[in-house]
Design a binder for this molecule. Sequence first.
Ligand code: 5RP
Length: 231
Amino acid sequence: MDETSRFAKKNAGILAADKVKDGMVVGLGTGSTIFFAMEALGLRINEGLSIYGIPTSYQAEFRARSYGIPVTTLCEHPTPDLTIDGADQVNPYFQMIKGRGAAQTREKVVAYSSKELIIVIDETKQTKVLNTLVPLEVLPFALKPCMDAIIEANGMPTIRTGQKKDGPVITDNGNFIIDCDFGEIHEPERVEDKLTFIPGSLSSGLFTKCISKTKVIVGHADKAVFVERKV
Ligand code: 5RP
């Protein structure tokens, strides 16, 4: 991560952490931007803030614990007050693509369960039209039919492979990730539905159903701002 991006992400994370109120249950997304929010929350906890966090991955859980954020689960708190999470691309309508970190299934469960969602991104993640790879978590058993269904839906599927592990990435849920190239996605809701209905698929990185409760913070090198959603 270069310095400009680091400051942009940090500014976005800090502004999101400012919105957390005492007593809240907060969904904690995965990735580098939300970590800055967690770091800021850790500092506020040292000063007396009392919250619980619901991590969306092992990585988020380890980080939350390291910052002293008490963790809980959706069993104890099925409706978190707020979730803070990052994204890979966000369009002007706040439809987005997530899942670079292969955590989109738990991220979607927590985000969709929450009363409110704050997405923290740096300015490079804003796009007019979504066009980056859409990750899809699938059961290993269903890999081939899922790949075929993606091709049928005009996507180009690639099995995600590990960086320091040979072979496929295994998610926190024990599954595979297929990265789907759809080129420019002009109807993200339709594509999300198509992927969701493939038997053996769990969750795609397309988030199109939680727009009304979503706020987006865009971080820049010197500030962070809430942006208006286009209607
Ligand atoms: C992980 C995610 C992340 O939230 C998304 O990739 C953004 O990550 P970062 O804040 O590191 O850029 O969806 O599955």
